[in-house]
Design a protein around this ligand. Sequence first.
Ligand SMILES: *[C@@H]1O[C@H](CO)[C@@H](O)[C@H](O)[C@H]1NC(C)=O
Ligand SMILES: *[C@@H]1O[C@H](CO)[C@@H](O)[C@H](O)[C@H]1NC(C)=O
Ligand SMILES: *[C@@H]1O[C@H](CO)[C@@H](O)[C@H](O)[C@H]1NC(C)=O
Length: 216
Amino acid sequence: MRSTAAAAAAAAAATALLAAAPAALADTIKITATSDLTFDPSEVTAAKGDVLEFHFEPSNHSVAMGEFGSINGPCVPANEGGFFSGYMPTSGGENEKVFQVTMNSTDPMVFYCTQSNHCAQGMIGVVNADDGQLDGYKTNASAIANAVAPKSVFGGVLTTEADASDDDDSDDGDDGGDSSDSSGDGDQDDEGAAGTVRAATGGVALAAVGAVFAMI
Ligand SMILES: *[C@@H]1O[C@H](CO)[C@@H](O)[C@H](O)[C@H]1NC(C)=O
Ligand SMILES: *[C@@H]1O[C@H](CO)[C@@H](O)[C@H](O)[C@H]1NC(C)=O
Ligand SMILES: *[C@@H]1O[C@H](CO)[C@@H](O)[C@H](O)[C@H]1NC(C)=O
């Protein structure tokens, strides 16, 4: 009787974990500041709690949050909140560090590279933007000379522990069918987190099997 109850409890726990797992998973969205003076992908959709993970190719890029229709113009830091990675120089290959920014909301947001004229040349990206917002910002940016950079790094985490790996080739399809990776090259990666959850639920399932055996 007792082991039956234990088995039932373990099974219920396993079911609860399985049910809870998808909701608990925040996506990590990989965005690369490329040598071609672009962000790839340049248009993503993200949920609150998702992490934008910026990677930096040569030679010396950064990322800062701007503001649509700012009274200060384009390629200028947002008046409130935001983030700045600082400069991430690298002569060959990606900089060893990535910059992770957790989304506070689903409001449309724009970011740009603060390096000299990169923003004017179109090194801009958007999150949850409406149609035309990226192009509008780029058009406005093309009229300016150099971007403005915040004074210091803020609003995110610089780390060597990238969550989105470079060799991953597709997303797991658990991101609600959004079109974050508009470039189609499968930059999104959340397999690390999903693997952890799979391992955890596997442990509970084994515990449930153990309880059933104890009962026999
Ligand atoms: C990267 O760019 C920043 C801003 O222009 C500059 O201060 C810094 O010296 C550059 N770093 C390298 C290694 O070129
Ligand atoms: C572009 O500039 C115009 C004029 O200042 C402004 O009204 C508009 O909001 C800007 N567009 C974006 C996407 O920031
Ligand atoms: C999110 O909130 C934190 C803490 O208030 C703030 O530092 C950061 O700038 C915000 N991020 C954005 C994208 O506004």
